[in-house]
Design a protein around this ligand. Structure first.
Ligand code: CMP
Length: 133
């Protein structure tokens, strides 16, 4: 069974969407095996988002992700990495399919409610970064 890291981002926490978002994962037979609330520092955010350093949206992304508490969780289940990406929908909420979290709740490409690991390799790296070995 696979594991993947999800962040319920500060916009979704401010909009009190944690419960609705977690329900989507549980309804799809994914189990929460770790969970915590945290407001992260710029330094930590720059490690998590290191692959985006230098991109045009990077500074906005960093100030947004550090703007308030977020909820980090590890989900486990069959095909968890791909399944969670399907449930979340595309980065741009306007392109995300009906019924996905981003289509339902996200404002734009930055304030897009959720992050999920994009591969098994990223999941391993991100789970270790957020929750240790
Ligand atoms: P996330 O899954 O957290 O991973 C990287 C984030 O960068 C992504 O979600 C978006 O919030 C953000 N992002 C990616 N592409 C763009 C873009 N073109 N404009 C603004 N933000 C972006």
């Amino acid at each position: 069974m696979e594991k993947t890291l999800v962040l319920i981002k500060p916009d979704a926490v401010r909009k009190k969407l944690i419960g609705k978002i977690i329900s989507k994962y549980e309804e799809n037979n994914l189990s929460i095996i770790k969970l915590k609330m945290e407001t992260i520092t710029e330094e930590f955010a720059s490690i998590h988002y290191s692959e985006h350093i230098g991109k045009g949206f990077y500074n906005n992304l960093l100030s947004f992700i550090t703007s308030g508490p977020l909820c980090a969780l590890v989900l486990q289940g069959e095909d968890a990495v791909e399944k969670v990406r399907e449930i979340n929908g595309k980065t741009d909420p306007e392109l995300a399919k009906e019924g996905t979290i981003r289509r339902l709740y996200a404002e734009n490409k930055t304030e897009n409610c959720v992050h999920a690991s994009d591969s098994l390799e990223s999941a391993k790296r991100e789970i270790e970064l957020w929750f240790g070995k």
